[in-house]
Design a protein around this ligand. Structure first.
Ligand code: SF4
Length: 182
């Protein structure tokens, strides 16, 4: 049996969705029989998103240039992209900065007005990624195949989303158990 090439990506999120993924506990052992993990911040240390990924869980919104570059690459190289958690689906918590009206006022507030001893704006091109003016949900940047809300999505919902995919079927994202936000 060919294993499904499986990835997870961590963009602008708190990693809580990935922690919930780890709450799958012993089912992760069953999952490992069906998938080859080809990219993820948990359980492997691969630096480059590979070609021909079958399924990818994307946690977080799109907040900076690095997020933007990676999500475009993920979309190009992935068959089924799952918007994983409320930050991916709506931009949620990271998007609270949108109400301040752009990257510049956010940076000034955080690093100059609230700076304690040596206020200065972070500037390290190529090291510190530039903030986008607005934090965006994933679907505003690339097409999404499956939306899995929740902050974080409970482990049961994650399993109910992934399990049908292992058998070549799409999950039914309907009902309170599958599409409740928060
Ligand atoms: S949806 Fe909630 S748990 Fe997931 S990354 Fe966002 S804030 Fe964290």
């Amino acid at each position: 049996m060919d294993k499904i090439k499986f990835a997870t990506v961590w963009l602008a999120g708190c990693s809580g969705c990935h922690m919930s993924f780890l709450d799958l506990d012993e089912w992760l052992i069953e999952l490992a029989q069906f998938v080859e993990v080809v990219y993820s911040p948990v359980g492997c240390d691969l630096k480059h998103y590979p070609d021909n990924v079958d399924v990818c869980l994307v946690e977080g919104g799109i907040a900076n240039e690095d997020n933007l570059e990676l999500i475009l690459q993920v979309r190009r190289q992935t068959k089924i992209l799952i918007s994983f958690g409320d930050c991916a689906v709506t931009a949620n918590v990271p998007a609270m900065r949108n109400m301040l009206g752009g990257a510049e006022p956010v940076l000034k507030r955080a690093y100059l007005e609230l700076g304690d001893t040596s206020p200065q704006l972070p500037y390290a091109p190529g090291i510190v990624p530039e903030l986008l003016d607005r934090v965006l949900p994933v679907h505003e940047v690339v097409p999404v195949d499956i939306y899995m809300p929740g902050c974080p999505p409970p482990a049961d919902r994650i399993r109910a989303t992934i399990e049908p995919l292992l058998h070549g079927e799409m999950p039914a994202m309907v009902g309170r158990d599958m599409i409740k936000f928060g």
